[in-house]
Design a protein around this ligand. Structure first.
Ligand code: FE2
Ligand code: FE2
Length: 458
């Protein structure tokens, strides 16, 4: 083992370091009193000390220390004292007692922290500081958003159960809507929807709702990033209730993990949810737009497609419903389905782009893709530097250049602090691919979510 040593000041001493010698002390050690001698004999038992006397420096066993000696170093510290791997408490004692400088075995020094290959150029320090502050504000909401999502899904389930028992009520959904508005968690919930897999029915309605809301926000707010509260409330509610008619479909069909054939009895019954939903909402006196969403969100632009229902002219489908249709399919792609793998948002966006003109209203699809981004927030992406990063926000109209936080360097080392890069400013760096976070982080289904929600951006 290498015996190379490095000089370290008390302030830089860390647990795990191995002390070979103490080479500088505070002034109390230049004329030793009884208490200090006892401390030295206890802490450095069987070591040697270097003392300064009239005729020069002498190295003597520590037991030979006398009152009034001038101590300059403690050397030959035996490994049996366990100072070759300090614990937190010993670090504190050494500092407190006035040991000021140490020789540390080089092999015990902690490995340098892995760094990202991405190098930040000049940029504007103020913009950078603002991006970090905005990102932290957003990240603080992720935990709350994940909780809110689970609670809202339980509310949707309750709403469905009430519907099954013949007493449909929108109360649980409206309570969830108010909670989202109060906590301002819609955008954070959209990120959670992309990071955490979901169930087929209840969470689908919650994710559909927040994605739909944020898509409307992106389309209508013109970059202002707020919607009039009434509109916020109605878009969220429309999302929550678009599948309310499924409460009239037998639970064993609704929650089945089987994929039913297009002409099967089960599928025909399932398809009736749109008519059931429209009736429930019109009976409850809901507004026309919300009823239209529930009734026509499965109508395709090409109404002759086998997946299009009910049979109605496309002109009957309101613009808001045409957007809801895009969001519904997007959520189905990123949500968990037992009969197919769930897609990460960046891949789902690529796929949706290919369906333009047949399934969806082209203009609405474009609006949606602009709002959600080419790399939706929460996407894991590879950068041209080789580093791996999470998308944390989309700024402006340049969808190729979101703000990202680097989580892993090109060597595959996980980073402890995550460099924030605004790709609109750092134009030398670009995204080269979308990485499937379920495949990349496979320790458990929630690993990507856990990493994202504990990002430490700098
Ligand atoms: Fe539906
Ligand atoms: Fe749906």
């Amino acid at each position: 083992m290498s015996t190379e040593t490095i000089k370290v000041k008390a302030g830089d001493l860390k647990p795990g370091m191995g002390v070979k010698s103490v080479v500088r002390f505070s002034s109390e050690f230049s004329y030793l009193d009884k208490g200090t001698i006892n401390f030295l004999k206890g802490m450095f038992k069987d070591a040697h000390v270097v003392v300064k006397q009239k005729d020069g420096k002498h190295t003597i066993p520590i037991v030979g220390l006398k009152l009034g000696d001038h101590l300059t170093a403690v050397v030959n510290i035996p490994s049996s004292l366990r100072l070759d791997s300090l614990d937190e408490e010993t670090v504190g004692v050494l500092r407190k007692k006035g040991c000021e400088e140490f020789l540390i075995t080089a092999s015990s020094l902690p490995a340098p922290e892995p760094v990202a290959a991405a190098v930040i150029g000049g940029g504007d320090a103020k913009i950078r500081a603002r991006r970090v502050a905005e990102t932290n504000t957003f990240l603080e909401k992720i935990g709350l958003a994940a909780e809110g999502r689970s609670e809202a899904a339980a509310g949707v389930e309750e709403m469905f159960n009430q519907g099954r028992s013949g007493k449909p009520s929108n109360k649980p959904a409206m309570e969830a809507v108010e909670e989202i508005l109060k906590n301002d968690t819609s955008t954070a919930m959209v990120a959670v929807a992309g990071l955490k897999a979901s169930d087929q029915t209840y969470t689908h309605c919650v994710d559909m709702s927040t994605i739909f809301h944020d898509a409307c926000l992106g389309i209508l707010s013109d970059g202002v990033k707020t919607l009039p509260e009434k509109l916020s409330r109605s878009t969220l509610a429309a999302g929550f209730m678009h599948d309310i008619g499924k409460s009239q479909v037998p639970k064993e069909i609704l929650e089945s993990t089987k994929r039913f054939a297009v002409d099967s009895r089960e599928m025909l019954l399932m398809r009736k949810h749109v008519g059931f939903g429209a009736k429930i909402l019109s009976d409850a006196g809901m507004d026309k737009a919300m009823i239209n969403v529930a009734h026509y969100h499965h109508v395709k632009k090409d109404t002759s497609l086998p997946s299009s229902y009910p049979d109605v002219d496309y002109s009957q489908v309101m613009p808001m419903t045409r957007l809801a249709a895009v969001v519904d399919v997007y959520q189905a792609l990123i949500g968990k389905r037992s009969y197919k793998k769930n897609w990460v948002p960046g891949k789902a966006v690529e796929f949706l782009s290919s369906l333009k003109g047949t399934e969806f209203d082209g203009a609405m699809l474009d609006h949606f893709l602009n709002a959600i981004g080419k790399y939706p927030v929460g996407s894991l992406v590879r950068l041209s530097t080789g580093d791996l990063a999470f998308v944390t926000s989309i700024q402006g109209q340049d969808l190729d250049s979101p703000v990202v936080a680097v989580v892993e360097n090109a060597a595959g080392e996980m980073l402890r602090s995550h460099l924030l890069i605004d790709l609109m400013i750092e134009t030398d760096i670009s995204i080269t691919e979308v990485v499937d976070h379920y495949e990349h982080y496979s320790a458990n289904e929630d690993q990507a979510f856990q990493i994202f929600s504990s990002l430490n951006v700098v």
